[in-house]
Ligand binder design. Sequence first.
Ligand SMILES: Nc1ncnc2c1ncn2[C@@H]1O[C@H](COP(=O)(O)OP(=O)(O)OP(=O)(O)O)[C@@H](O)[C@H]1O
Length: 608
Amino acid sequence: MSVETGIHSASGQAKRIWRVAKFVWPFTRSRAVLSLGLLFAAGLTEGFSILLVIPILAGLMPGATEVDISISSMLPGISDIPDIQIGLLPLLSLLVIAVALQGALARLSNIAIVDTTLNAAHLMRTQLFETVGYARWQAIMMGRHADITHVMTMDVDRVHVVLSCLLFSVQAIVMLTLYIALALFVSPTMTAAAVIFGGLFVIFLHPLRTFASRYGERLSKQRQAQYRTIGEFLNGLKVVKSLNAEDRYVEAFTGNSSQITGDLKRLARVKALPPYLFQIFSAVGAAAFIYGAVVFVKLPIEQIAVLLFLFMKIAPRFANLQSDYQEIIINVGGYDNVAAVIAGYRNDQDVPSATEDGKLGLRNEIAFDDVTFRYNADTAPVLDGVNFVVPARQITALIGASGSGKSTVADLMMGLLEPTEGSIRIDGADLTSTLGRAWRSGVAYVPQDAYLANDTVRANLLFARPDASEAQMWHALDQAQAGDLVRKLTAGLETEVGEDGLRLSGGERQRIALARALLTTPEVLILDEATSALDWQNQALIAHAIESLRGTMTVITIAHRPSMIGFADWVVAIVDGKVVETGPFSAFAANEDSQLSRLIAGENASTQ
Ligand SMILES: Nc1ncnc2c1ncn2[C@@H]1O[C@H](COP(=O)(O)OP(=O)(O)OP(=O)(O)O)[C@@H](O)[C@H]1O
């Protein structure tokens, strides 16, 4: 038996449903118990109201204001209760009260079920977001973002459907049990026949359920593909437009959407079949029941009336149970995806700060001791046994050709990546995952394509330091040569920067990102090609501002342009994953054959 067949088999489905129930039980326990308690009370009240209807059906004579209730003739299971006589008006009043009470209890039970499932979905979504949010960078960067988005939205919604249907199924099962128990009192033979008939119908529909389950899986995969197409298209919008590649995405999207539409149509047909078959089955069942009850079992008419009444109550619930179960098996795969994401990231979490105030300062140096780093176990190392130090409160230029490993060094230095071999020491302390968060709270990193949230300039600055004053914001903006630019914007600090900061130029975005980093007054500032989009005048002004930070913070500047490294005190040059030069800037600048001198002379190619 293949795995594919296994998960669609009845036992496979039962195992999957059990896993969902086990996962949500801790979140839902009290509310689920409350809703089922209310439901049970509603069931009892409904049973009582049916018991009140029976005498009206069975014993009422035209013109009578009193009803003779012969319990023994209606419920042969209870034979020793004497007949009672009751006024029609009190009986009808009691019926109205019982029906109203049953309605109120059923309503409360439904509300409790809806609340329970919504809370469970909310908790599952937030747990997912937290698990992904606090996962280690190395784990997240390997995952597809569109898939994570799909799991957090569509798959959680699918689990929500499963939970709702599960609880409504339990509700239906409780009610069915009550009705069947009542019917058994009236006629065990006829009730057993009806239950067997219903059971056969459930077995008869099994192939349809397997079919629906397969469509559920297929649809989930197609929707995942749709998320990927949309994500890729929107992330690379500008490049897509510049390459006139829209038609490729339109084609991929249309193909995918047509498949989804086709499958949804087929699924709708499959879903519509059981109610239709059910109608035929129940008509055949009712006819067979009446024939059997009259001709073979020879039941009295009032018992037939009571049983028919009960079966009329049972039938729609039975149909709901079938459609709920179908929805469950279509959607239960959503939980597999949710569980896979949680399991995938749960053991790969950033460790909370070792120190409660969450800051780890830098007094002397950051040291790389024999650091080797591989992105994958089976690929060549990007860094191969590198040794160097970055002195505190000095400016260090990290240079090397494109692809030599500079950004990887920056990620390692922030503790976002961990060395495959060797260690990174902060004033002698090993930068392990326990120190990562505390260390990063004193580190500001500005990459080439700095992320700006789709919000105002002010919100983007406060994102880094929520308690910053107006004066501190303007000081940081001026330091990053962004003060005049923001003053000139029509809405100043309140200007919306657009999706990914796209309403600003590349250079403007970089300056605001630098201001945001400076606003945090970090211990360590890492600039990874952070001014690459700026003209030389602005870059020179920023270089001057960075230079003025000497002695107040540790700056690591990764750049290809001489203007962003010429003011450094210290240099680390990387070639092919090895450190080839490290020491005082002046010493290497004096040697015209050094990597540094060649870079300053504009010979970028020589470092390759
Ligand atoms: N997530 C990743 N998975 C696998 N390999 C990667 C990953 N990120 C980077 N690399 C590889 O590691 C090497 C070093 O990349 P890195 O980005 O550190 O270089 P860099 O010196 O910063 O380059 P550039 O100057 O172009 O930004 C490259 O060969 C790159 O292909």
